[in-house]
Design a protein around this ligand. Structure first.
Ligand code: FEO
Length: 396
């Protein structure tokens, strides 16, 4: 279905209400997603990005209802990942000679994935493509979040097609940022940033500064996932700048796993101690029953993260090991951390957790708390005292 965005710009993408997992099962998408594709009908017609492969046939069928495919002069592939390029094969099967504009890295990515020799036209930052009275200007955005990523900017309409940047996995028919629930929108935008873009913080900040320095008028940001930012579009740009600078809120997050509730009892008593200090937002989760991407978003928001695990086979429980592998890759900086855990005999879990946290870039409060067997009243008081100390550490 075609939906008008502005003047001669139309949305021709796919809303995926059912999507619950993305990147295999690495990213939970509780609210689905959209694959936004745009048709610009000026003197020349340009198509920007396509949709995920399972929707390729449907996409081409729907596109054909709104335009004679032969009238598409240019295809712009802002990013080669399959959620945006997945319908290129089906489309180019019908219009094989149509030029595909992408970065040099985009050619490698698309050839590597589809093994097709399409009519690639390599562009770099500053290159322009005339659509008649308006032009598309290309801006390479390497590692936001793949080497091939780029933005396209339409002069005259002042619209930035930003692909993944500023996007959200958020299924909606509403299309625009001012028409959806703002809490849901920002929650999904932050989750997207924390789980995908955080490793590229420095490049995000540099690219945004570079684009802002161009002083281009900006009327809309058309992302490739979720809503289009038309109401005060720079709000999400400024939010990205904030998130890119080792973001943290006044929050402590305790994440634990437990076998027979000893470590859970410790976690809850530590939380009591933290809360006695007041003035801080405290979150507490069992890693084995909580969505890992939501946990990562909470870590993103935290200034201090406290991990707890009982000792199992001289190590830790697998939910925390898996979580920490993701956290390591995301490269959080400027955050403190501590560890705790119950044990029966050998008791290595705290050291193991501290090692993983250190390896992931956290500053360790290394007086971790180990307790034998099930915590009694005195042991619970030790946990509360640990919590009070952590509150003080987080404030320092
Ligand atoms: Fe939405 Fe990097 O693909």
């Amino acid at each position: 279905m075609e939906k008008k965005i502005k003047n001669n710009i139309y949305w021709v993408g796919k809303v995926d209400w059912e999507l619950r997992q993305f990147h295999g099962s690495e990213f939970s998408t509780h609210k689905g997603s959209t694959y936004n594709s745009y048709l610009i009908r000026e003197g020349k017609t340009a198509l920007i990005d396509t949709v995920w492969a399972p929707y390729a046939k449907e996409y081409v069928r729907e596109l054909e209802k709104v335009i004679d495919l032969k009238k598409i002069d240019y295809i712009i592939a802002n990013h080669g990942e399959v959620d945006h390029s997945g319908a290129l094969g089906a489309l180019l099967h019908r219009i094989p000679d149509t030029p595909v504009y992408c970065t040099a890295a985009g050619v490698k990515s698309l050839k590597g994935q589809y093994h097709a020799d399409w009519n690639f036209q390599v562009v770099k930052t500053g290159d322009r493509l005339s659509l008649g009275s308006k032009e598309l200007v290309f801006i390479e955005a390497p590692m936001l979040h793949w080497p091939d990523s780029m933005f396209s900017y339409l002069t005259g309409d002042a619209v930035l097609f930003s692909n993944d940047a500023f996007g959200q996995h958020y299924a909606t028919e509403a299309l625009f940022n001012d028409l959806v629930d703002q809490c849901e929108l920002y929650s999904e935008a932050m989750k997207y940033y924390a789980n995908i873009l955080n490793p590229f913080n420095q490049m995000v900040a540099k690219k945004i500064d570079e684009v802002l320095a161009l002083n281009l008028p900006l009327d809309m940001i058309c992302t490739s996932h979720g809503v289009i930012w038309r109401d005060n579009p720079v709000q999400i740009v400024h939010k990205y700048l904030e998130w890119a600078k080792n973001y943290r809120e006044n929050q402590i997050t305790i994440i634990y796993d437990t076998m027979w509730n000893s470590t859970r009892t410790m976690a809850e008593a530590i939380a009591e101690g933290v809360m006695e200090s007041g003035g801080i937002n405290l979150k507490l989760y069992n890693a084995s029953i909580t969505d890992k991407n939501d946990l990562i978003t909470e870590i993103f928001k935290s200034k201090l993260v406290v991990l707890g695990s009982p000792t199992v086979n001289r190590g830790i429980m697998s939910s925390l090991a898996g979580l920490m592998e993701e956290v390591r890759g995301l490269g959080f900086k400027g955050k403190k951390a501590a560890a705790f855990g119950a044990y029966g005999w050998s008791g290595e879990s705290v050291k193991t957790l501290e090692g993983l946290l250190k390896n992931a870039g956290f500053e360790i409060y290394d007086e971790g708390l180990r307790l034998m067997w099930n915590p009694d009243g005195d042991a619970r008081e030790k946990c509360r005292e640990f919590g009070r100390k952590l509150a003080a550490v987080s404030a320092s």
